[in-house]
Design a protein around this ligand. Structure first.
Ligand SMILES: C[S@@+](CC[C@H](N)C(=O)[O-])C[C@H]1O[C@@H](n2cnc3c(N)ncnc32)[C@H](O)[C@@H]1O
Length: 343
């Protein structure tokens, strides 16, 4: 089952449907037990206090009781159990039951939330020191785990995404809002459903005043501007041109705020094989577009594959059924830009 998660992690931004039992795993403890075990394995690899704190915060992740969701395969939406039960019997009969356990809650379709230590290491190197009082946006967050960990450390952590699974999966009052942490830190998780910045309501809900905008495995050139013709369902349509998207990020940041795009990628295919959008992890936006918006480019399409491969081995992506060979199958690129402090 780990293979399925890994394939999803690096190969597709969108999953059309979930089978009722498709994401439960038999070969590991799953849920937060697995996340804490992975945190112990990653601890010797990380160099920054920022990442160490993130890993240690896994001890404060709450357990989550299994939830039942329903998928409407025709409308491609997910319903909570209570919403589904309000439907008339004929509508209810057309729904597919989805069991959401703690593993799905924290890993969703993309695997360990702890892979976020890779971008955190780069942020730390660039001088980002801690989460307390920081406002952070994760564009294409895909799962609450990383946001919850940042909020546990005092961040005002906001995620925006278009996946219809997420609002149903995170519909309990305890999934969002203030996260009380000891001693005295007080973070917050806010999850926003919609296309940012294309949809004006979503844009208003995301708002401004961010210290950091992070996007992992979402803003890839292969998804946004594929080099070869590709099925649109495998791509990401931002709904606005590059200059508009980048200048919206600029406006959303405080002076001195940063944008980090961090992408894990499989190996590209040869020209005689179908194009793999996920394999092109370069910035979708040219350096000149970032600069024209006012950003200072601190790193552009910089390679971080060595660190990614070490993480892959620690998380055992190279073991078991369908294991990858990190040396051949895993690459990482990141782009880091800064809004000048004086602007
Ligand atoms: C490959 S996943 C990455 C999830 C998470 N950031 C991670 O690294 O595990 C890509 C995410 O981008 C989201 N996405 C796709 N198009 C989007 C859009 N236009 N706006 C926001 N999110 C989008 C998908 O729903 C999905 O959750």
């Amino acid at each position: 089952m780990r293979r399925r998660l890994l394939v999803l992690l690096i190969s597709t931004p969108l999953l059309p449907s979930l089978a009722a039992t498709s994401l439960s795993r038999n070969d590991d403890p799953g849920g937060i037990i697995r996340i804490r075990r992975d945190a112990d394995r990653l601890a010797p690899l990380v160099k920054s206090e920022l990442s160490r704190g993130f890993l240690e915060a896994t001890t404060q992740l709450p357990t989550v009781a299994p939830r039942t969701l329903y998928q409407d395969p025709v409308r491609k939406v997910f319903l909570t159990e209570s919403a589904a039960e309000k439907l008339d019997p004929s509508a209810f009969a057309g729904l597919k039951k989805v069991s959401a356990d703690e593993t799905l809650y924290y890993n969703t379709k993309y695997g360990s939330p702890l892979a976020y230590v890779l971008p955190l290491e780069q942020l730390a190197l660039a001088g980002f020191k801690g989460w307390e009082g920081r406002k952070v946006l994760d564009f294409g967050y895909g799962g609450v785990g990383p946001l919850r960990l940042m909020a546990t450390l005092g961040a005002d952590a906001v995620g925006v995404d278009v996946d219809p699974l997420l609002p149903a999966l995170y519909s309990a009052p305890s999934d969002q809002g203030v996260i009380e942490t000891a001693p005295g830190a007080r973070g917050r998780v806010t999850l926003i459903d919609g296309r940012f910045p294309f949809d004006p309501t979503t844009k208003a809900n995301v708002g401004q005043g961010y210290d950091l905008i992070l996007s992992k495995n979402t803003l890839k050139r292969g998804y946004v501007h594929p080099d070869r013709p590709t099925d649109k369902r495998r791509l990401i349509d931002l709904g606005v041109d590059d200059a508009t998207f980048v200048s919206t990020l600029y406006s959303a940041l405080k002076p001195g705020g940063r944008v980090l795009i961090y992408n894990l990628c499989p190996a590209p295919s040869s020209s005689d094989k179908p194009f793999i959008p996920a394999a092109d992890g370069r910035s979708p936006f040219d350096r000149s577009v970032w600069e024209a918006a006012g950003f200072r480019v601190l790193a552009f399409d910089k390679d971080d594959s060595t660190a990614a491969r070490a993480l892959a081995r620690a998380l055992e992506w190279d073991r078991g059924e369908g294991a990858m060979d990190p040396e051949k199958d895993l690459f990482a690129l990141f782009t880091l830009v800064e809004k000048p402090a004086a602007s």
